[in-house]
Write a new protein. Structure first.
Length: 479
């Protein structure tokens, strides 16, 4: 089989513990050397909405030109994306269209999770099994009966280096878990080096969407996630949450359950030992506002990093080819005709910052989170984050004049690091003055911020930071 690139999954969280930090020793002046980190994992940066194929739009956009070309895919890669998840468009699910996307991705050096919606694709099989009320064993029988046809499709895809796996299903209810588990196990039996990927619903989905026929039995959102982990036994967790909304008075606000949702997945991933990926908002639809500033996108990303996510996907890159009056779709990273919007450069800026720190960040596993209120108004988002750490290791005290989230991380040697994120609403554009006072044996830290890193000597064991709106800094104590 062809060699897969390392962004696939982190293989398992065991891979995390195989990486680590070398360096940190003092030189003749007593200042620690810049640590060197070694990891084969790559931070996943993906998208929904790749350059559309010809005539794949809706209504007045139904006769769109063919944008699936090397120029447009290069533009997408240059924005910072390393993974494409082709999905949207009425003519985008044929095997030939899938192969064309794989070809373009291979040309520009991106990877693809294939959504095969043909009759022999897993999405169709999962829907069929669910509609029939099939469980695990009955679904496996269907797979065995159709096995040759399913393999014939997949074998066309693995001819491309860009193929890393199957995007099997998006936003299932619990009714789909057994068919998904059967399809995953069948796929991994024959294609063990590839990824079987599904994406779960956010907390604000309706009870029927979440629990299906189990709605009304007393289940809560954590059950929706934990039962998926129990029944499917996935190699990764992924979900979407689009938090930027317009209020009744047309003012913008952030959904207060965003951090809650992050925490549910972070806690499950820690128990299971799997990476977490999240879809974030980069397009307007319904009452969700288009994203327009660095702060709005960075806030989503860095708060997610504080909860240990190891990949970010955007919904979506290409503005959906349907009329604005239909679902109020507007304002993606590029326009419907591929014109770059100002948001392109803000997203690119954030992703460049994350890529510049990925070797440090990915050398640690998420250990927990603690919130700190610094503003004058109680933060309702913080109250929803349960099972917080009682205190931070190596940190004696935290002072802040604005609300912050601190994610605690741990490496394979038992050493700790911290993602300190400004949690103030990105629309207020307020910096946070934060002071971390470390334990007595810590005199230096590695400070990673906005694509830079430096060794900082502490004053009185304290690090003082001015963290800009939406930003997050990664802090590694050096002993």
């Amino acid at each position: 089989m062809k060699k897969k690139i390392a962004l696939v999954l982190a293989v398992s969280m065991m891979a995390i513990f195989a990486v680590g930090c070398s360096g940190g020793k003092n030189n003749d002046a007593g200042v620690p050397e810049m640590p060197v980190y070694n990891t084969t994992e790559t931070f996943r940066i993906g998208n929904w909405g790749v350059p559309p194929h010809a005539n794949s739009g809706y209504m007045e956009y139904a006769n769109n030109p063919d944008y699936c070309n090397e120029e447009e895919w290069t533009k997408m890669k240059d924005c910072g994306f390393n993974l494409a998840i082709p999905t949207a468009g009425v003519n985008s699910y044929t095997v030939e269209a899938i192969k064309r996307d794989l070809e373009m991705a291979e040309k520009v050096g991106m990877s693809v999770l294939v959504r095969d919606n043909t009759g022999n694709g897993f999405e169709s099989i999962i829907n069929y099994a669910k509609d029939k009320g099939f469980g695990y064993d009955e679904t496996k029988e269907v797979l065995d009966e159709r096995g040759d046809a399913i393999k014939a499709n997949i074998d066309q895809f693995i001819e491309y280096e860009s193929f890393i796996g199957i995007n099997a299903y998006d936003e299932p209810s619990m009714d789909y878990y057994e068919p998904i588990a059967a399809c995953q196990d069948w796929f991994l039996k024959y294609y063990p080096e590839y990824e079987f990927y599904t994406n779960l619903l956010p907390v604000y989905a309706t009870p029927k969407q979440l629990y299906g026929k189990k709605d009304g039995t007393g289940l809560g959102y954590p059950d929706y996630v934990s039962e998926y982990v129990k029944e499917v036994n996935p190699a990764m967790l992924s979900y979407d949450h689009y938090p930027i909304l317009q209020d009744w008075d047309e003012s913008a606000y952030v959904k207060e359950d965003f951090l809650y949702n992050l925490n549910v997945f972070a806690q499950q991933a820690k128990k299971k030992g799997t990476p977490v990926y999240i879809y974030l908002q980069t397009m307007g639809f319904f009452s969700n506002l288009p994203i327009s500033t660095y702060e709005e996108f960075a806030w989503q990303c860095y708060t997610s990093l504080a909860f240990g996510v190891r990949g970010i996907m955007c919904f979506q890159y290409w503005t959906q080819l349907q009329a604005e009056y239909h679902n109020n779709v507007r304002g993606g990273i590029v326009e419907r005709d591929g014109t770059i919007t100002p948001l392109y450069y803000e997203v690119q800026k954030v992703f460049n910052e994350i890529v510049a720190m990925q070797d440090v960040y990915l050398s640690y596993a998420w250990d927990g989170v603690k919130t700190y209120e610094g503003g004058r108004v109680l933060n309702d988002m913080f109250n929803l984050v349960t099972n917080q750490l009682g205190s931070l290791k190596d940190v004696a005290n935290v002072d802040t004049d604005q609300d912050i989230v601190v994610g605690q991380f741990k490496d394979n040697k038992g050493d700790y690091a911290y993602m300190v994120t400004n949690a103030v609403s990105p629309f207020e554009k307020m910096s946070a003055n934060v002071k971390l006072t470390f334990n007595a044996d810590c005199n230096y830290v590695l400070l990673v911020k906005k694509g830079t890193r430096e060794i900082v000597k502490l004053t009185g064991n304290a690090l003082e930071m001015n963290i800009g709106a939406g930003e997050g800094y990664f802090v590694v104590p050096l002993k």
